[in-house]
Ligand binder design. Structure first.
Ligand code: ADP
Ligand code: SF4
Length: 689
């Protein structure tokens, strides 16, 4: 283009075509599907800020997260939207207004969560097709089999919710049947539906409630708003007949022309939100591509799509009409606009780590490894693309180029600082270089790739590899600010999440993940002691087992990789360990390493267990911050007030935390911090008695 800005390749034009969805027209094919955001209904400002950013970034449809239609569907303690009565309409109306300002359409996912609800807050019985334990086995709660009155009440309630959605100004209402978390889905599945009346037994009977609610919704929508259905086109649950080659297909065929839009995925949530370790981009296609063959209505589907070419392929092949996304829209709210403007290389691609998903279980606003500004749009005023100009052009030296250093460098460079990054290794990227070389983690390299590419394009950035910086070197840079991002190293002494100090025999003998990732050759049986409980222990176990080693994975908690429950990966990890023949020893406390054997006992009872023998011991526990340089620089009066530390060299943590730390420090250096020092918080309304 004459003005020098990049031009979109014509092959992507198809992504910017309008799509008719019943009575409404989507401005393009980019569809931000409903997803949990960690914002509960008492945090409407944060929730609005996040979604408005997606509309600004070019998503043609922006959806609200799952919204309970009434108090009989109460997933107590999870940050789910409540759309119970007219008092809830106001904040939704504001959300709609803010999204529409950017030309996007809005959708709300109306839901009754059936036997996924707990109703611990509301105190009413959980409702389901049959009297049975709810889908949370740890909870001693049983559902009430819905009688005809309950069914009528549910249908009436759903209709009222549709009217409220219209009142709020939404363009589209969903009937939610997905994730094994919907009442109508529970009626569909004979594992849960053991009724003998006209709502149970035969396929037609089990379909009845779904059909009725969908028809009610179409009637209440009255052509004013579009009606969408979110449903799995395939259920991975063992024994479920709702598969792509059986009843899931039959359901969609039976109701094919009733809604205005089919939003299809796979069930349950762990398979829908598969991580890059187990599922590639487009992993759902095998199970969802048939849908367009059985309906003339538009279809939207997901698959962690970040590649514009893959998206074009989906449209051209007739797989989908609209490209659905949750995680790619979290990692980069401006993904559509970047494609539109021919800035493909600027896309901050989701790495498929599911740290965002963990926010739901913790009930905290979304966190993202790639996008540190997510959830901070309203509370801190952070924009993912527009960094405020620094009040003064300063020179900043960043020592270390891991996720923290690179993010800090990029944010400061965008703000106008002259930035120098010095890295002692031959490559930039820190821990991400080594970790992305491990089995299943290659997509994690995107954390480095995105930032490094951007930095390499900027005239105000100098990047020096193979440049180890000591305290004596720093003065030469004449920097206004010195940011130390030197990372951390794994400890080998056995200290970890449950044992806070050294374990006998470890410091003398144990290897660390760093040793293994650095390619140290080892032979014979290997014992991995995992007191970290995230990915490193089991990734190394898989990596070494795949090379033919006998591997024992020992862990003090009741199950291996407990934290991976938060990323929905636990079942797949355990399956992989079994597949690779890794010997798993959960619930096992370690007392020492003596004569090539781990002395162990059961964690729960203390009962002594037979020692676990190996030729090598690998300790995966805590890490040591690499903070010697930081301390030395801080001690020098010449640098007083100029030195800060970020990322793992301050507090070793997950990559998301390092990226966030780097970003936050850059904002601090340009003065983009709240005056009070505390970000804006949602404040409760206090009522008079
Ligand atoms: P974080 O996750 O906090 O970004 P990483 O461990 O990923 O930390 O990255 C730290 C980086 O800092 C590594 O690439 C390491 O080589 C580099 N580094 C450590 N000490 C120095 C130093 N003195 N000079 C330059 N680079 C250093
Ligand atoms: Fe993607 Fe990870 Fe960000 Fe989630 S946290 S959106 S999976 S990069």
């Amino acid at each position: 283009m004459a003005d020098g800005s990049p031009k979109r390749d014509a092959r992507y034009d198809i992504l910017f075509e309008e799509v008719q969805i019943g009575p409404i027209t989507a401005p393009n094919r980019f569809f931000s599907v409903p997803h949990a955001t960690g914002h509960n209904p008492l945090m409407p400002n944060g929730s609005i800020g996040m979604r408005e950013m997606k509309a600004e970034g070019g998503w043609g449809v922006v959806s609200m997260q799952l919204a309970e239609i009434d108090p009989t569907s109460d997933i107590s303690n999870l940050p789910i939207e409540k759309f119970w009565d007219d008092t809830d309409v106001k904040s939704h109306a504001l959300l709609v207004e803010r999204i529409k300002k950017h030309g996007a359409l809005t959708a709300i996912e109306l839901a009754h969560t059936g036997i996924r609800a707990r109703n611990m807050d509301t105190g009413t019985p959980v409702l389901g097709p049959s009297s049975m334990r709810i889908l949370k086995p740890q909870n001693p709660i049983q559902s009430k089999a819905m009688d005809k009155q309950d069914i009528k009440a549910f249908r009436d309630s759903h209709k009222r919710a549709v009217h409220r959605a219209k009142q709020a100004g939404y363009d589209m209402v969903y009937v939610y049947a997905a994730h094994d978390a919907s009442l109508v889905w529970h009626f569909l599945n004979p594992m849960y539906n053991q009724r003998t009346d006209e709502y149970g037994g035969s396929f037609e009977n089990r379909l009845r409630l779904f059909r009725e609610v969908l028809e009610d919704t179409v009637e209440a929508a009255a052509g004013d708003v579009a009606v969408a259905v979110r449903i799995p086109a395939h259920d991975f649950k063992s024994g479920s007949p709702l598969t792509y080659d059986n009843e899931a297909r039959a359901v969609i065929e039976s109701l094919a022309e009733v809604p205005d839009l089919w939003d299809v995925n796979v069930a349950g949530w762990p398979r829908d939100s598969g991580t890059s370790r187990f599922d590639d981009e487009g992993h759902q296609e095998k199970y969802t591509s048939y849908v367009k063959q059985v309906t003339t209505k538009p279809v939207v589907g997901v698959g962690r799509y970040t590649s514009a070419d893959a998206m074009v392929g989906l449209i051209k092949k007739g797989v989908f009409d609209l490209i659905g996304a949750s995680r790619p829209s979290i990692a980069d709210p401006f993904l559509p606009n970047k494609i539109k403007e021919g800035r493909i290389d600027d896309i901050r691609e989701c790495i498929g780590c599911n740290v965002c998903v963990s926010s739901d279980a913790y009930s905290v606003p979304l966190m993202c490894t790639q996008n540190p500004t997510i959830s901070q749009e309203w509370r801190r005023g952070w924009h993912p693309e527009n960094i405020p100009a620094a009040p003064k052009k300063e020179n900043t030296l960043i020592i270390g180029s891991g996720p923290a250093g690179l993010e800090c460098a990029l944010t400061l460079a965008k703000a106008g600082h002259d930035v120098t990054v010095a890295e002692k290794a031959s490559e930039f990227g820190g821990r991400v270089i080594k970790e992305s070389a491990l089995k299943g983690l290659s997509a994690w390299g995107r954390v480095k790739d995105y930032r490094l590419y951007q930095l390499q394009q900027m005239g105000n950035v100098s990047l020096y590899a193979e440049s180890e910086i000591g305290a004596a070197d720093v003065a030469d840079f004449e920097a206004d600010n010195i940011v130390v991002a030197t990372g951390s190293k794994w400890r080998n002494d056995g200290a970890g999440a449950t044992t806070f100090s050294a374990i006998e025999g470890f410091a003398e003998h144990a290897l660390t993940p760093d040793d293994i990732m650095n390619g140290g050759e080892i032979s014979g049986p290997i014992v991995i002691y995992d007191d970290d409980h995230y990915y490193m222990g089991n990734i190394l176990a898989g990596h070494l087992a795949a090379k033919g080693h006998e591997v024992h994975l020992v862990c003090p908690l009741p199950s291996i990789a407990e934290w991976m429950g938060y990323t929905l990966e636990s079942p797949r990890v355990l399956d992989e360990m079994v597949e690779l023949g890794v010997h798993m020893h959960p619930n096992t406390t370690v007392h020492g390493w003596n004569d090539g054997a781990l002395e162990v006992s059961r964690s729960d009872s203390g009962r002594v267990l037979p020692p676990i023998k190996g030729a090598h011991l690998v300790a995966v526990g805590a890490r040591l911050p690499d903070d010697a340089l930081l301390s030395e620089l801080r001690a020098q009066s010449a640098f007083e007030g100029k030195v800060t530390g970020i990322g793992d060299c301050l507090a070793p943590g997950i990559i998301q935390a390092a990226v966030f730390s780097g970003h936050a420090e850059a904002r601090r250096l340009i003065g983009d911090v709240p005056k009070s020092g505390i970000y804006k918080r949602e404040t409760p309304v206090l009522f008079d008695r």
